[in-house]
Design a protein around this ligand. Structure first.
Ligand SMILES: [Zn+2]
Length: 342
């Protein structure tokens, strides 16, 4: 149900000619799904919640750590101490910011199997991810279903954003699979990232989202904007569609189809993620069992953590696990088998 128009709460946004009372009413009846709630995702979620976008779903697979706090504006030291899943911590913060809205945090790792269930029904998909595997998966889904999505990425002091409107603009495959625009090869785990660039890129993304969701698609600038807050370099280009693009021209959705997600993926600089076949773990029971042999096992209802030096293992209630302290899938697999079970 669309919340009533609160003139006071949104007064400054309603005064802005591009939005007005009509645009605000449309925002309140609109919705978006944000994939990934790290730095960019959290900043976009914050802006759209304050702007009054009626329904927001926030997906994230990770939990809050101290090293996130420098740039991930929805989280605080308490969230990091509790190792709360980002989706859970984000939902709590966002509800406190604006109680009019329907806000739902979902702890999940987006993949080809669950993408339809998690993204269907939303008129806009927003990129808060940190990897191209997931972005190409979103792009395939968006192009196939004709749903607009907004690409946004940042690393070090550099970032970019672009609105993909399937078959009207270039898509991510047009941009990156034909050797045109630059991708971002490095990751935040290798070269770091500054808070100002993620917030700038998130602002570019949120502004385009507000245009789309308030009924102002004609105001979209259509450009891929890239910027470097350290050098001061700014660029805006209008990317061309690739007439033979495998996704938006030929309809080959290779990230959606047939590609079974690998069971083990790298996750950051020194971690391995294990995607078990989906199963429900009884975390309190696991805590009890592990505590008989391991000191300091902690469990918060969403995830369970323990250290077996030099490794740290975090297990989610859906069976997924992140093993820190190794890059070797075999080590991660054997730790999982030993402590969690096959
Ligand atoms: Zn394309």
């Amino acid at each position: 149900m669309t919340p009533p128009l609160d003139d006071e709460k949104y007064s400054r946004q309603i005064l802005f000619a591009g939005v007005g009372p009509r645009g605000q009413q449309r925002l309140l009846s609109a919705g978006a799904v944000i994939v990934g709630c790290g730095a960019i995702g959290a900043a976009v979620a914050n802006l759209l919640t304050r702007a009054g976008v009626g329904q927001l779903r926030i997906l994230d697979r990770d939990f809050v750590e101290t090293s996130n706090l420098q740039r991930q504006i929805l989280f605080d030291e308490h969230d990091a101490r509790e190792a709360l899943p980002k989706a859970v911590a984000a939902e709590r913060k966002l509800r406190a910011l604006n109680s009019d809205l329907q806000i739902e945090g979902v702890v999940a790792d987006l993949n080809a199997k669950n993408i339809e269930e998690l993204l269907s029904g939303f008129p806009l998909i927003l990129d808060g991810t940190d990897n191209f595997e997931t972005r190409f998966l979103i792009n395939d889904f968006a192009v196939q279903t004709g749903t607009p999505w907004i690409y946004a990425a940042a690393v070090a002091s550099y970032g970019l954003s672009f609105v993909v409107r399937p078959r009207q603009t270039a898509c991510l495959a047009c941009l990156l699979e034909s050797g045109g625009a630059p991708g971002l090869e490095e990751t935040c785990d290798t070269v770091g990232v500054l808070g100002p660039i993620v917030n700038l890129v998130a602002s570019l993304e949120a502004a385009e989202a507000l245009k789309l969701l308030s009924g102002n698609a004609s105001a979209l600038h259509g450009r891929l904007i890239s910027c470097d807050v350290w050098s001061g370099h700014l660029q805006a280009v209008q990317p061309e569609r690739n007439p033979v693009c495998r996704a938006c021209a030929r309809g080959e959705y290779r990230y959606l189809q047939g590609k079974v997600q690998p069971q083990i993926t790298m996750c950051g600089r020194d971690s391995v993620q294990i995607h078990e076949r989906r199963r429900v773990l009884d975390l309190p029971a696991l805590e009890k069992r592990l505590s008989s042999t391991i000191a300091g096992v902690r469990q918060n209802g969403f995830l369970l953590r323990f250290r077996v030096a030099p490794y740290e293992m975090t297990v989610f209630s859906d069976g997924r696990a992140i093993v820190k302290g190794t890059q070797d899938p075999a080590v991660a697999r054997s730790l999982y088998a030993k402590y969690i079970g096959a």
